[in-house]
Design a protein around this ligand. Structure first.
Ligand SMILES: [Mg+2]
Length: 190
C-alpha cells in the first residue's frame, strides 16, 4: 500500500541496490590474484582504464550475466531498508541499463532480497523514461545518466564512486556516500 500523493522514486540497480562495484572487484582480484579495492574503477567503461581493458570482454560477456556471479553480489549497504522505506512513502520504479537478457537473474536477485518495487524497466534512455513515468527523484551512480537526468530537470542523488567523480557539479545533482545520506536528501524533496 502506498501513501496517496507520494512521490515517484526512480532507482537504478547496479551499484545502487546491488553492490556490483564490490562484485567486480572480487571477480577481478580472483582472476588477477591482486588486492585492488573499488577505487580501481576510475572510468565508467573498462576499455578506458589500462588495467581493466584487457579483462573487459571476459567480465562483461562471460561473468556479469551469470547466475553464479549475480547471486554472490551483496546488496549495497543500507539499500534494502532504504528501498523499503521509499516504497512505503511513494512509488518505486526500478530503471536499469542492464540488457533485457539479464532479466532472469535480476528478478531472482530482487526476489531473494525482498526488494519491493512497483515496476522494473530495462532501458538506456533513463531520462526520457523517467520523464514519462513522472519520476520526482532519481538514485543513480552512472555519470552519463546523472547528466541526462539532471538536464531533463530531474533531481539526482548520485552515489559516489571513483568513476563518477569527474562529473561537473550541477544544481540538480547531489553526491552521497551512503543510503543514509541519500534518504536525508529524499526527505528534502517534496
Ligand atoms: Mg548503476
Amino acid at each position: 500500500m502506498h501513501v496517496t500523493g507520494g512521490l515517484v522514486y526512480g532507482v537504478d540497480i547496479d551499484s545502487v541496490i546491488i553492490d556490483l562495484t564490490e562484485g567486480m572487484c572480487r571477480a577481478l582480484n580472483g582472476r588477477l590474484c591482486t588486492n585492488y579495492d573499488t577505487e580501481i574503477f576510475t572510468t565508467w567503461g573498462w576499455e578506458e582504464n589500462p588495467i581493466l581493458a584487457p579483462h573487459a570482454f571476459w567480465f562483461w560477456e562471460t561473468v556479469f550475466g551469470t547466475r553464479e556471479f549475480q547471486l554472490e553480489c551483496e546488496p549495497v549497504r543500507g539499500a534494502l531498508q532504504a528501498v523499503r522505506a521509499l516504497y512505503l512513502k511513494g512509488k518505486v520504479v526500478l530503471i536499469t541499463a542492464r540488457k533485457q537478457q539479464h532479466q532472469g537473474v535480476t528478478l531472482e536477485w530482487l526476489m531473494r532480497h525482498n526488494i519491493p518495487y512497483d515496476s522494473l524497466y530495462f532501458s538506456h534512455d533513463k531520462a526520457n523514461l523517467a520523464l514519462d513515468l513522472g519520476v520526482d527523484l532519481f538514485f543513480d551512480d552512472a555519470p552519463h545518466q546523472a547528466r541526462s537526468l539532471s538536464s531533463a530537470g530531474i533531481p539526482v542523488v548520485l552515489f559516489d564512486y571513483a568513476y563518477n567523480r569527474g562529473l561537473p557539479p550541477h544544481s540538480l545533482i547531489t553526491r552521497v556516500t551512503s543510503w543514509e545520506q541519500a534518504m536525508r536528501e529524499a526527505e528534502n524533496v517534496s
